[in-house]
Design a protein around this ligand. Structure first.
Ligand SMILES: [Zn+2]
Length: 184
């Protein structure tokens, strides 16, 4: 996943550290690509974290001001409801979630859908399409198999083996057409 979400999280954590704010970093246990207790970004930034299976029993420490959540799309809708409970009953806590809105088949992840439904304020991390020479905004997170073919009907959550590319809608559809041709 080429969007710089993890890097953004690490930079945010760095700022809190500089200003003496108390924060916690959480990531889903599903995300096992890197060291389990670190958020690691492609550009080399690294931040210690706690990996959790779900957020049902998650309670921030008493002095925590900010909770940063990486790869939030791998949590469930119910986990988002737990976060809502935390922020609504602890006005001094801010939760910031970093993640993808849609999967590689243009469907919302349940957690991302829930975030929209509960009216979490959203901000888009802008990246450019990774297709060579394309200046468009990347809007699609495309998953490719080992042969470089777009995976059309794979499982929604799969980490590690596949290759991901951030593409604009036009180039996503170009690879989708090519993949559909191959399956005919
Ligand atoms: Zn493009």
């Amino acid at each position: 996943m080429a969007a710089s979400k993890s890097a953004q999280l690490c930079m945010q954590a760095y700022q809190y550290k500089q200003t003496g704010c108390k924060y916690e970093v959480i990531k889903p246990l599903t995300d096992n690509r890197d060291a389990i207790n670190y958020v690691v970004s492609r550009v080399g930034l690294k931040e210690p974290c706690v990996a959790l299976k779900d957020l049902q029993n998650f309670t921030p420490k008493t002095d925590t001001q900010f909770v940063l959540i990486d790869e939030v799309q791998f949590f469930s809708a119910a986990d988002i409801d737990r976060l809502v409970e935390i922020v609504d009953y602890n006005p001094k806590i801010t939760v910031i979630c970093y993640g993808l809105k849609t999967d590689s088949n243009e469907h919302l992840f349940p957690a991302s859908q829930r975030l929209l439904e509960v009216d979490a304020s959203t901000e888009e991390i802008k990246t450019v399409c990774q297709h060579p020479g394309c200046p468009n905004r990347a809007s699609h997170n495309a998953r490719f198999n080992a042969n470089g073919t777009l995976v059309i009907n794979g499982p929604q959550i799969e980490v590690g083996a596949s290759q991901y590319k951030s593409l604009c809608r036009k180039h996503f559809n170009m690879f989708k057409q090519a993949a559909l041709q191959k399956t005919k």
